[in-house]
Design a protein around this ligand. Structure first.
Ligand code: ADP
Ligand code: ADP
Ligand code: MG
Length: 502
């Protein structure tokens, strides 16, 4: 039985995992770099161990230091969160060697799904539809050109080891194949230390729809329905929701079964996600599998009523899944917005710094998964995501209204954030109507980047206009004056409130 879990991560996801541990009566151990000494996950944990200097390579990716902390603390399991070591097969193997439970799949599943070329081969064998394209590494530019010609442009040249939207090039014309091939390859070697690239057909008007999977050690594999993740910037998700506005019950059943089949093909254990690209005419193709918990997992938790971290730990403990496929239902609608410390007016440049003031939203139908607090300095070394806002409503309309209300309540000063940008998305017609694909942000560029007059927000303008109007009315009745009895004009105005209303 797992009694103590070391969380090999930082930020919101580390806090998120520890929260479930606390509910389960499991002690949590934090690890931290020098840049995270004051971080919330360190404060929240029952114990904390320093693992190195700020750069990830020397801390959150430092396997020796993390294993060392696990041993010193006597942790019997390691939860990797997402990013960092979560999809590192040799780390999961190393945990096993050391007698520590890795809360995630075995090295075989991670290796097979972590390499997109091998994953494609495996899926084809399992009868899962993949995006048309190559199943071998491209040898050279010449071969890339020949294949692009056969498949027909547009195509994508993608890094086999890719992740986080990196190492991917869209090719619209055949004469761009050479440069796209070279760029994808150099990005791949720099980011992932592996220069393998392959080609697949570019699916036009693409929708990114993924299925959440849970698999135990007793042969049970189920899905927890879909997440719509087509609101993206640079191939990275910004807003996610479930159910998907594109989905229908028949397609949901079929894609869900396909996702289960994909997980079974690698003898998957734990929580994972099968990502699909879906075309406008509802043809779907396997894109990749993420063999870990995802950033957007809370929308599924809210609509299906399952704590995914608890299930991960329970599976790692060897328990069978506590429910069957037919027990699961989607109730209502949930939307997640990723809040980043970044400047949307300056090409979304990360904007780390000290949080001077923060008021987080609360109230019915809302979840706020974050880790920053007033006076906290967001380090420059890591991902600038600071919070995830998750709204729930009986209907999609209600979930959107709640999200708008939450974004309105959310106040942060000291660092720039994308909150206003997200508010504008909530007001966009295509989003409200649920008619969008992965081109949404570029298609609505003008609306989403519309500058506001004098840099003053509309809300402030409205308050100022109302105030000017109020003063004008006061002046027309009784010009403001200073009198000893009243003390000041402000008190004077205040006393007239009963007569004059805004
Ligand atoms: P999700 O589908 O959950 O949004 P992403 O692919 O966007 O997942 O990645 C989640 C997090 O993991 C992001 O912070 C991203 O930067 C990081 N990440 C993804 N792939 C890698 C990788 N190969 N190496 C390091 N970090 C990665
Ligand atoms: P990563 O590992 O970086 O998450 P994915 O293969 O999951 O890479 O693709 C990320 C995003 O890139 C997708 O959600 C989609 O928007 C876009 N994309 C990837 N492949 C294709 C494709 N063949 N056709 C259209 N869009 C694609
Ligand atoms: Mg992906």
């Amino acid at each position: 039985m797992i009694k103590k879990v070391l969380v090999a991560n930082r930020g919101e996801i580390a806090v998120r995992v520890m929260r479930s541990c606390r509910e389960m009566g499991i002690r949590s151990v934090a690890v931290y770099s020098d840049a995270d000494r004051n971080s919330m996950h360190v404060r929240y944990a029952d114990e904390a161990y320093r693992i190195g200097p700020p750069p990830s390579r020397e801390s959150y990716l430092n396997v020796e230091a993390i294993i060392g902390a696990a041993k010193s603390s006597g942790a019997d399991a390691i939860h990797p969160g997402y990013g960092f070591l979560s999809e590192n097969a040799s780390f999961s193997a190393r945990c096993r060697q050391e007698g520590i439970i890795f809360v995630g799949p075995d090295p075989y599943a991670i290796t097979t799904m972590g390499d997109k070329i091998i994953a494609r081969q495996t899926m084809i064998k399992a009868g899962v539809p993949v995006v048309p394209g190559t199943t071998e590494k491209l040898k050279d530019e010449q071969e890339a050109l020949e294949i692009a010609r056969q498949i027909g442009v547009p195509v994508m040249i993608k890094a086999s080891a890719g992740g986080g939207g990196k190492g991917m090039r869209l090719v619209k014309h055949l004469d761009e194949v050479g440069s796209a091939f070279r760029r994808a390859r150099s990005e791949a070697i720099n980011a992932f230390g592996d220069d393998s690239v392959y080609i697949e057909k570019y699916i036009e008007s693409p929708h990114h729809i993924e299925f959440q999977i849970l698999a135990d050690n007793h042969g049970n594999v189920i899905h927890l329905f879909e997440r719509e993740c087509s609101i993206q910037r640079r191939h990275q998700k910004v807003i996610e929701e479930t159910p998907s506005p594109l989905m229908n019950p028949e397609l949901r059943r079929e894609m869900g079964e396909t996702a289960v089949q994909a997980a079974k093909a690698v003898n998957y254990k734990g929580a994972g996600t099968i990502e699909f690209i879906v075309s406008d005419n509802l043809e779907y193709y396997f894109l990749e599998m993420n063999t870990r918990l995802q950033v957007e997992h809370p929308v599924t938790e809210r609509v299906v009523g399952v704590d995914l971290v608890k299930e991960q730990i329970s599976i790692a403990n060897g328990n069978p899944l506590p429910f069957r496929q037919e027990d699961l239902r989607q109730t209502g609608h949930s939307i997640q917005c990723r809040i980043y410390a970044e400047d949307p007016d300056n090409n979304f440049m990360p904007n780390p710094g000290i949080i001077k003031h923060i008021t987080e939203p609360h109230g019915l139908g809302l979840r706020c998964d974050g880790y920053v607090y007033e006076g906290y300095e967001i380090p420059i070394y890591y991902d600038p995501m600071i919070t995830k806002l998750i709204s729930w409503g009986e209907t999609r309309v209600e979930a959107i209204a709640r999200m708008k209300r939450a974004l309105y309540e959310y106040k942060i000063t000291g660092v720039k954030t994308n909150i206003k940008f997200l508010e504008k998305i909530m007001d966009t017609r295509d989003f409200i109507e649920g008619k969008y694909n992965t081109h949404f942000i570029e298609n609505n560029e003008a609306m989403l980047h519309a500058s506001r007059p004098c840099g003053i927000e509309c809300e402030d303008m409205a308050i100022m206009a109302a105030f000017i109007d109020y003063i004008a009315k006061m002046e027309s009745i009784q010009p403001p004056r200073y009198t000893d009895e009243l003390g000041s004009n402000w008190k004077d105005f205040g006393r007239k409130r009963n007569v004059l209303r805004l």
